[in-house]
Write a protein that binds this ligand. Structure first.
Ligand SMILES: [Zn+2]
Length: 468
């Protein structure tokens, strides 16, 4: 029997143990909390790390903990040839679960619970892959290591405790099982823009006295609201009704002090994946721009913002920064936060930019266009991450994926960033199958057991391919 056949078979036989260990991690609510001694990201992440280290010990892997927030498990004493970096922290649960998010449930061939797909399931699959290779007895010329972080979801501040340690050397190859198979070899760059303008108080009527939408830079808002002084709710409703149909959003108007309140309901999505969303913020700006408002600063700012960032333009076309390249795909630009009051407006826009994007062909153009419209722009480009598709490492990963799944391997680009964004030679690899929606970050997050097992087999074969 080949080493690959052995690891496949060993993982089939130990799938039940793998799920039992996963249930131990799912039971720990490990979203970020208040820092304390020995728990820099709060008690949840610290408890999950402790439990994972216990699991590593039970599996005979060699755990080490760095800065109370990131742990490693090594297959042997050799220098690592392949690092597999996962995370044990989770996002909050939100509403709408059919079962307790912190009790792992097996249903319809899937495991359900917060973290089953993002990223505790892949972390356990990686640890079992290490164990399977160790059990196979295959001779390894290099080590292999699973790295378990606890702050991926809120800033990745755990990484420096590991990578900046003088005793630590990153492996020449790194994978992060925190998205979809096959290989993600491009993570777009990030252009987070702050746009603002101030003005003096006026009593012109009718005018928008306040507007607000969004609270997270990387989430397209589903809700937006504004107060318009000098207009009645009935009048506002009549003026807005046609826009609701054109834009495909819901609009409601109610009584407010000195005027009327308008609320817009759209469809949210991650800022890096705007297709399919209906941005309530840009819809609101569009609706307000069409109202018969008094000639004043807030009216001018709203009309100019809506003109430059119209509803439905998620590529920065009107702003003049739309671009794409063959490796990374198109630039996306999502308007995510708006705060307008009697003295000015502050906005946040989240741009995910291809490899070809530069400060000159993005930032300077945005600054010029918005500057001419009276706004101040701040922000710069965090560069894209790219590991060449034709590298021996990436080709080896694709062969392992093909051997286990029988499907064709390929490389892809994504707008989000993983742990490997700043790790040279790193790629994201699994653990969800292509096109499968595990509902990560939403209610009823789950992972098909067959896919989790396949992922463990792919990782075991990857360790064998790269380290033996
Ligand atoms: Zn994740």
């Amino acid at each position: 029997m080949s080493a690959e056949e052995y690891t496949d078979q060993w993982l089939d036989e130990h799938c039940g143990d793998m799920l039992n260990d996963l249930a131990r991690l799912i039971a720990i609510p490990s979203q970020r909390g208040e820092a304390s001694e020995g728990a820099p990201f709060g008690p949840g992440p610290a408890a999950a790390l402790k439990e994972a280290v216990a699991i590593c010990r039970e599996l005979g892997l060699r755990p080490n903990v760095y800065g109370d927030c990131i742990a490693t498990a090594d297959i042997n004493e050799k220098v690592s040839g392949l690092d597999i970096i996962c995370h044990l922290d989770v996002v909050g649960t939100g509403e709408g679960w059919d079962s307790d998010p912190y009790t792992m449930v097996i249903k319809d061939g899937c495991v359900f619970g917060r973290g089953t797909a993002d990223d505790k399931g892949p972390a356990i699959a990686s640890l079992y892959a290490l164990k399977a290779v160790a059990e196979s007895g295959a001779p390894l010329r290099a080590g292999a290591r699973v790295i378990l972080g606890t702050n991926e979801e809120s800033g990745m501040q755990d990484l420096p405790f590991f990578y900046d340690n003088p005793d630590v050397r990153p492996a020449p190859c790194t994978i992060s099982p925190d998205t979809h198979f096959p290989v993600v070899n491009v993570e777009k760059g990030h252009y987070l823009m702050s746009v603002s303008r101030s003005w003096g108080v006026t009593d012109a009527l009718p005018r928008v006295v306040s507007a607000s939408s969004g609270d997270t830079f990387n989430v397209i808002p589903a809700d937006a609201g504004a107060v318009v002084a000098g207009i009645s709710p009935g009048e506002l409703q009549t003026l807005c009704a046609p826009a609701a149909d054109t834009l495909g959003v819901m609009i409601s108007c109610s009584e407010a002090r000195n005027g009327a309140q308008i609320s817009v309901k759209g469809v949210s999505s991650h800022a890096a994946y705007p297709d399919g969303s209906r941005n309530a913020l840009t819809a609101l700006l569009g609706i307000l721009s069409d109202l018969p408002l008094a000639d004043c600063d807030s009216t001018d700012a709203i009309r100019r913002l809506s003109g430059i960032f119209p509803f439905g333009d998620s590529r920065g076309k009107v702003l003049g920064i739309a671009q794409e390249d063959d490796i990374s795909g198109p630039l996306t630009l999502s308007f995510t936060i708006l705060r307008l009051d009697e003295s000015g407006v502050r906005c946040t826009l989240d741009g995910r930019v291809p490899i070809c994007a530069t400060e000159d062909n993005c930032c300077r153009i945005a600054e010029e266009r918005l500057g001419a419209a009276g706004f101040t722009v701040e922000g710069h480009i965090e560069p894209a991450h790219h590991t060449p598709a034709d590298s021996e490492f990436v080709q080896a990963l694709l062969r392992c994926y093909e051997a286990v799944t029988g499907k064709e391997g390929f490389c892809q680009s994504m707008g989000g960033g993983t742990y490997v964004h700043n790790v040279e030679g790193g790629v994201a690899f699994g653990a969800a199958m292509p096109g499968y929606d595990t509902m990560m970050h939403s209610a009823n997050e789950h992972m098909p057991i067959g896919d989790l097992l396949a992922a463990a087999k792919i990782y075991a074969r990857s360790i064998l391919a790269i380290c033996s």
